[in-house]
Design a binder for this molecule. Structure first.
Ligand code: ATP
Ligand code: LTN
Length: 333
């Protein structure tokens, strides 16, 4: 029987801290669901991470932890290519080329740039500005069809499609135009302290649940999570962002719908809602944490995974890079 070629998937996560429940619900856990149906590459975006200042020892540790976490959520390194972005030099090379096909005006409209430059006013570097170009290169190098990410990445995906379409228009048939792939619930988990902003791993500690938080910490963080004063459990993100965020997290973790949940909490207080979210979170994270500790204890194995990943990724990336370089007019090596 003729084998149908699987569609390609690429996604990435930055080692800029320990992943949050937002990263897990919005992106990482969906990756596991896709491994049989698609040809998947998952990258630790360590080049992106230095757009914000990182402490060297911490960056190294967070990068290894992230790899162990990808394995701990169940990603099979045979079925998925798991690699560090910095180990595949084609990412930096592609980023330069694409820089020359992207306009300043397009970049200055990016909301993540506006948010991050406000947060890091002392370090508004050029990398922060051109971040989406590096990301576009990540995706286009592998001719990815689908990019599973949280909703906060929609604008970056749009710009990636614009750049790819522009390059295809100039040189014909260089890149596959990728589509975003978003989860139905939990595509944007909000901060526990300011539920009008997304939960982010580089924010202060009490704003997020980390995948590695202990049960006590999880309990404390939810207990202190911001709600409101009207006391009614109802899904209304505009007027009740805190309560709605807790409801969406619970939905995402239990698989129940918002209607089922609000019905089951009728007449109950926020304390009960928080207790339910706490239990569901602890239950979800416990087995991941156990596997994480096992992988972290086996550095030699982690090394074989990332070396093999980089070799496989680099082979694919080189093909696209050479294709584009030839079309641009560079002398072939
Ligand atoms: P940083 O705070 O350093 O910018 P981050 O927490 O935003 O990091 P990334 O590494 O940039 O995380 O993103 C990894 C993946 O997690 C992306 O697919 C992103 O869309 C998703 N993601 C990040 N935050 C959330 C969130 N609050 N809700 C749902 N998905 C999210
Ligand atoms: N910018 C992404 C991380 C990332 C990414 C990618 C995601 C870097 N390169 C390529 C998808 C595809 C983020 O989630 N903040």
């Amino acid at each position: 029987m003729e084998q149908v070629k699987k569609q390609r998937i690429l996604s990435g996560i930055q080692p800029s801290g320990t992943p949050t429940l937002g990263n897990y619900i919005g992106a990482m856990r969906n990756w596991k669901l896709l491994e049989d149906e698609y040809d998947c590459l998952y990258m630790i975006a360590d080049l992106h991470a230095i757009t914000v200042r990182q402490e060297p020892a911490k960056l190294r540790q967070q990068s290894m932890q992230l790899l162990a976490l990808l394995l701990a959520i169940g990603l099979d390194p045979q079925k998925n290519v798991l690699f560090f972005q910095s180990h595949v030099p084609q990412h930096s090379q592609m980023a330069w080329l694409l820089n020359c096909y992207t306009y300043m005006g397009e970049m200055s409209r990016m909301t993540q740039f506006k948010d991050k430059s406000a947060k890091h006013a002392d370090n508004i570097n050029c990398g922060l500005f051109t971040y989406p170009i590096l990301m576009a290169g990540d995706i286009l190098l592998y001719q990815a069809n689908l990019v599973p990410v949280g909703k906060d990445q929609t604008q970056h995906l749009e710009i990636c499609r614009d750049i790819a379409t522009r390059v295809n228009g100039l040189y014909s048939n260089v890149f596959t135009i990728p589509e975003g792939y978003y989860p139905k619930v939990g595509a944007r988990v909000m901060s526990l302290q300011d539920p009008t902003r997304k939960m982010s791993k580089s924010d202060p500690d009490d704003c997020f649940i980390s995948i590695l938080d202990t049960p006590d910490t999880i309990r404390r963080k939810y207990r202190r999570a911001v709600t409101d004063s009207d006391g009614e459990i109802r899904f209304d993100p505009e007027n009740k962002p805190g309560v709605s965020n807790l409801l969406s997290i619970l939905c995402a973790l239990t698989g129940q719908t918002i209607d089922e949940l609000t019905a089951s909490f009728a007449g109950k207080g926020y304390g009960e809602l928080k207790a339910a979210v706490t239990d569901a979170t602890i239950e979800t994270l416990a087995p991941i944490q156990e596997r994480f500790n096992q992988y972290m204890g086996d550095k030699a194995y982690l090394e074989t995974v990332y070396r093999d990943g980089a070799a496989r990724a680099s082979h694919l990336a080189e093909r696209t890079l050479q294709k584009l370089m030839k079309k641009i007019g560079y002398v072939q090596k």
